[in-house]
Ligand binder design. Structure first.
Ligand code: GLU
Length: 478
């Protein structure tokens, strides 16, 4: 058995989104699971579509996610270069081999001539095929004409590791361009040469290439190359499940997730389970877990739906599973500015009580700023009289004041330990014959100026007695 070697071969034509990275992730998982190698190759042969900076962006995205490569761009390796634009001489040589074997020819036609062929086919109600117009005496190929493959149309039946057995008839195969007149190869040609020379055992790519596979098989045959294992991943679909995920459906640049404070392992978990499961109900996987459990035969054939709510939920689950110290280290750049003057210990206490409900780190300021700065009077006032609060709107200002006053009196006597706060406030509910949705909401609004906060006893405990009482005093004046 040859050692497993998989690759990710993106074209630097834009930002990497979840759909693109999932392809890399699956290839990476196959390699890691088999103890093989994963390589990164840049397919920069279409200079018109190239977006500057995109090669770097792709690498940064993969690095952030922990999808590390053993060979390839930036790090080199014995099969390099890994940038296709640096391999033009190799493609030319292989092109020449095909010419010599009678399997490729210089395309002599002008655009007008090809157009005329097309019109002819149309008039005859036939599909237009280049192979019906092979020149009898093609000119010698000097690199200035496109080099076209001389195909050998036939039926194919092949095995795809995800899609299963597939077949097509000869009509799927035509003469196609191998090398363009600008000297750059087409994807159809150079990926085959590179996968062969780089000894890739698996070609993991998206469904959009599926229709071209018969052409590839025909070319493999002409080159006398055994095709690698073909792994076709179904599209990642937009949230409506009807069409391929696009920017319009919220497909973000992967690094946007980094900027918003998602955990890379949560995103990896999310992408791995877009169209794959381990056959159980398990949804939360560590990356090690995925490497151990991933299997191609459980990748589904149909498109997987992109559900950002599920990503949020998974991210929350990964956040909850982190030891506090680790979580703290990762939140460094996300704290509200006002937290700057506070000790690490205090921030950690705050973090420990929001950990439960934190879904991504960019939420930290809105969830925690009241621990570091006094909420504005307007915020408190607005919430105290918020008509959309079904419980509070039933109370008159005087009733609210009476309740808050009673709470203030009770809390004055507390030592603000968690148990004491819990006991006193729960007893107070009974004495005042009211509900947490009323009494605790009032206290929460008074101290936090926020409609939601971590659990009330925790909040009060961390805020401390002086601050809590001062803020309640202010609310009483409102
Ligand atoms: N360069 C192709 C793309 O970016 C890669 C397809 C493949 O993995 O072979 O879509």
């Amino acid at each position: 058995m040859k050692p497993v070697r998989t690759r990710f071969a993106p074209s630097p034509t834009g930002l990497l989104h979840v759909g693109g990275v999932r392809t890399a992730l699956f290839a990476w998982l196959i390699a890691r699971q088999a103890g093989g190698s994963f390589l990164l190759r840049l397919e920069d042969t279409d200079k018109n579509r190239e977006v500057s900076g995109s090669g770097d962006h792709i690498q940064e995205s993969l690095r952030w996610l922990g999808i590390n490569w053993d060979e390839g761009i930036s790090i080199g390796g014995k099969y390099g270069p890994y940038m296709q634009s640096e391999r033009l001489a190799i493609y030319k040589e292989w092109g020449q081999k095909l010419v010599d074997a009678g399997r490729a020819y210089a395309d002599p036609y002008t655009a007008e001539e090809v157009d005329a062929f097309r019109q002819e086919a149309k008039a005859a109600k036939q599909p237009f095929l280049y192979r019906n117009h092979r020149p009898e005496n093609p000119p010698a190929w000097d690199g200035s004409q496109p080099l076209r493959f001389r195909s050998d149309p036939k039926s194919y039946t092949w095995q795809d590791a995800v899609m299963g057995e597939l077949s097509t008839g000869p009509e799927a195969i035509d003469d196609f361009i191998l090398i363009k007149s600008d000297g750059y190869p087409t994807y159809n040609f150079c990926h085959i040469i590179d996968d062969f020379l780089m000894e890739c055992t698996h070609v993991t790519r998206s469904q959009e290439f599926l229709a071209s596979v018969p052409k590839f098989l025909n070319l493999y045959e002409a080159l006398d190359i055994t095709p690698p294992t073909l792994v076709t991943l179904p599209f990642v679909m937009g949230p409506d499940g009807k069409k391929k995920l696009s920017k319009r459906d919220g497909a973000k640049d992967v690094l946007d997730y980094a900027r918003e404070g998602y955990l890379p392992e949560a995103l990896v978990n999310f992408m791995a389970t877009l169209g794959w499961n381990d056959g159980t109900e398990q949804e939360v996987f560590s990356t090690d877990d995925l490497v151990a459990k991933f299997s191609l035969d459980r990748v589904q054939k149909s498109g997987a739906k992109f559900d950002e709510q599920r990503l949020l939920w998974l991210n929350g689950a990964h956040i909850r599973a982190l030891p506090l110290q680790d979580l703290y280290a990762r939140t460094d750049t996300f704290w509200p500015e006002s937290a700057g003057g506070y000790e690490e210990d205090f921030r950690k206490q705050v973090l420990s009580i929001v950990q439960e409900r934190l879904k991504y780190f960019a939420e930290l300021p809105s969830l925690t700023s009241f621990f570091f700065e006094e909420p504005t009077t307007e915020a408190v006032q607005t919430l105290l009289y918020d008509e959309s609060n079904k419980q509070l709107r039933k109370l008159s200002p005087e009733q609210k004041q009476t309740l808050l006053q009673a709470a203030y009196k009770e809390l004055e006597q507390s030592d603000f330990s968690f148990t004491d706060l819990e006991q006193r406030l729960n007893n107070l509910l009974v004495t005042l014959e009211t509900k947490p949705g009323i009494l605790f909401s009032l206290i929460r609004i008074a101290v936090s100026g926020a409609p939601f906060s971590p659990a009330l006893f925790d909040t009060l405990h961390v805020l401390g007695k002086d601050t809590s009482l001062e803020r309640m005093q202010r609310a009483l004046t409102l």
